[in-house]
Design a protein around this ligand. Sequence first.
Ligand SMILES: [Zn+2]
Length: 259
Amino acid sequence: MTGKTTRFALTITGLLCLAGHAHAGKLADLLGSQGLKDAGTTAMTGLTLTDAQVIELGAKSVAQMDQDNPVASADNAYAKRLAKLASGMEREDGLKLNFKVYLVKDVNAFAVPDGSVRVFAGLMDLMPDDAELLSVIGHEIGHVKYGHSKEHYRAAYLSRAARKGVAAIGGTVGKLASSDIGAIGEAAVNAKFSRANETQADEYGVDFLRRHNLDPNAAVRGMQKLAAQDGKAKTSFLDDHPASQERVSHLQKYIARKK
Ligand SMILES: [Zn+2]
C-alpha cells in the first residue's frame, strides 16, 4: 500500500485537480513562455494532432504509467471495489472507459483522453463512501468528456516537439519513442486545469451522480474532504486562494439550481 517508488508516483505531488489551484496553471504550465512561442511556430508548420492521434497518444502513455505503477490485481480489495462501482460504465456518456487502481497512498485520480481512469488507493481510503468517490471519478471523466485532457496532451506534445524538434520525436504519434511518450504523458497528467475547466468538471461530477441515481450532495462532501486534506498537507493554495471553499459553494448552488 505504500507503493513502490515509481517515476509516476514520485512526480505527481499533492492533489491533482481536485482542490485548490485557482492560480496559474493551464497551458502556460506545460509550455513556459518560450515553449509557447516555439509551440506556436511548430503549430504553424502544420503539426497538430487529430482527435484520434490524441486518443492514441493517451492510450500509449497510460500503458506506460500502468507499467510504472503498482496496479491492483483483479483480486485486490481496492480493485474489487472499483470494479463494482464502475460496472456498467464501460460506455459512459459516449465515452469508452476503463478503470484501474494504483496502490499508491496519494490522494489522487486522473483520466486520460482514451478514457482510461486511474484511481489511487489513497483517495479510496479517504472516501469509503462510494458516492463521494464516484463524484471524483465523475469529475475526472468530465475532463475527458469536455476535451480538457485532450488539450493538455496536445500542448504537452507540441512542447516536446518544440524542444526536441519535430524530426527528433518522429513527427507522428505512431513513431514516438517511449521516452517521449512518457514525458508527454507525465507533463499532461501533471498540468493544472484552468479554473473554468475545473468548474465544468465539478458540475459534470454532479450530473454524473444524478445520472447514476446517487445523492448529488456527495460531490459537496467529497470536495470538503479534499479541501481538508489540502489544508493538512499544507500545500500552498489554501492560505491565499480560498479556491476549495469557492468550489464547494459553487457545487451547492449548482445542485440547488438543478433540483
Ligand atoms: Zn479537475
